[in-house]
Design a protein around this ligand. Structure first.
Ligand code: NDP
Length: 290
């Protein structure tokens, strides 16, 4: 309910937005940040400033962390000791799946439960309609706090293994960062001939739309291991990948990204799968030794 108290530790852009979402909904919010001045604006909006991490942890059963990485969690909570017992720590910081597993064990040793979360929207969208958050950890803990956590974004629970939320989060950002770099790279390529990125943008958007239209069938083929050619085979796509490397070299721009893509095709060809559909790259990527 709106009366459920929450503690938020870490007041970067994300933590600030989370505190704002809870204050807007009427929750009592306790905050702590290493750099104390970052709490000032939130305190004037009604948040309570804890003087120490221990005070922050004792203020609420639900302790939300929004930090740069999991290392920061240990730096802060190492000083808290017994106060962690019985708390639910919701770590919404980004890190590797393995870091999340390790943190779950570390907190369990101190009597606390960990819910791992990955917020899938930028700070200005936190608490808004489009916001969603991957979670993993004990399902009973998730169920007990789902409603309170929904203030940040729609909870999307992925399972008991604490690593899962980070795995899903990193997979989404894998798509996102690679797509953005591909756009930057392609814009630089046409840009080498004086074309503005603005002029190029609608063409890139069309290609992204084409790629999206191919995802569902590609996913089915990945899942089925069915890589029979249907018009986009490895040798043809690999020749294209090679031409992108050549065009990039001629243009004097970065070649690392196209070289990485070409390497996928080269390896599939070397493995004798040149006549398969490009979808066979899924096998190349998930078993790099083959
Ligand atoms: P920032 O890196 O700007 O903020 C990090 C917070 O962590 C600050 O409060 C900082 O304290 C604190 N911190 C870092 N290291 C330590 C440490 N060793 N000891 C104590 N406190 C520490 O991150 P954001 O707010 O932008 O993001 C938080 C998390 O959310 C990150 O993991 C990020 O990847 C993820 N995320 C961010 C999104 C965004 O749009 N910003 C979108 C989705 C996820 P201090 O103020 O003292 O420096």
């Amino acid at each position: 309910s709106a009366h459920t108290p929450v503690t938020v530790i870490g007041l970067g852009p994300m933590g600030q937005a989370m505190v704002g979402a809870y204050l807007d909904r009427g929750h009592p919010v306790t905050v702590w940040n290493r750099t104390a001045s970052r709490a000032d604006g939130l305190v004037s909006r009604g948040a309570k400033r804890a003087e120490t991490p221990t005070e922050a942890v004792l203020a609420s059963e639900l302790v939300i962390l929004s930090l740069t990485h999991y290392r920061a969690m240990y730096d802060i909570l190492d000083t808290v000791g017994d106060a962690l017992a019985g708390r639910v720590v919701v770590n919404l910081s980004s890190d590797t799946p393995e870091a999340a597993r390790e943190a779950s064990r570390w907190l369990a040793d101190r009597g606390a439960d960990l819910l791992v979360g990955g917020v899938m929207v930028p700070a200005p969208m936190v608490g808004g309609d489009g916001s969603y958050v991957f979670y993993s950890g004990a399902e009973a803990t998730m169920d007990a706090h789902r409603q309170t956590l929904a203030a940040i974004g729609r909870p999307d629970y992925r399972g008991e293994d604490p690593a899962l939320a980070q795995l899903w989060y990193q997979a989404q950002l894998d798509v996102f960062l690679t797509a953005l770099s591909s756009f930057a790279h392609a814009a630089a390529l046409v840009g080498s001939a004086g074309v503005t990125a603005t002029e190029f943008f609608p063409y890139a958007a069309e290609t992204f739309t084409l790629a999206v239209s191919m995802l569902e069938e590609s996913a089915e083929r990945f899942d089925a291991g069915d890589h029979r050619d249907e018009g986009a085979k490895v040798t043809m796509m690999g020749a294209t990948a090679d031409h992108i490397v050549g065009a990039s070299r001629d243009a004097g721009i970065d070649v690392e990204l196209p070289l990485a893509i070409r390497a996928h095709y080269d390896r599939a060809i070397a493995a004798g799968r040149g006549s398969d559909s490009w979808t066979t790259l899924f096998e190349t990527i998930r078993k790099p030794a083959i």
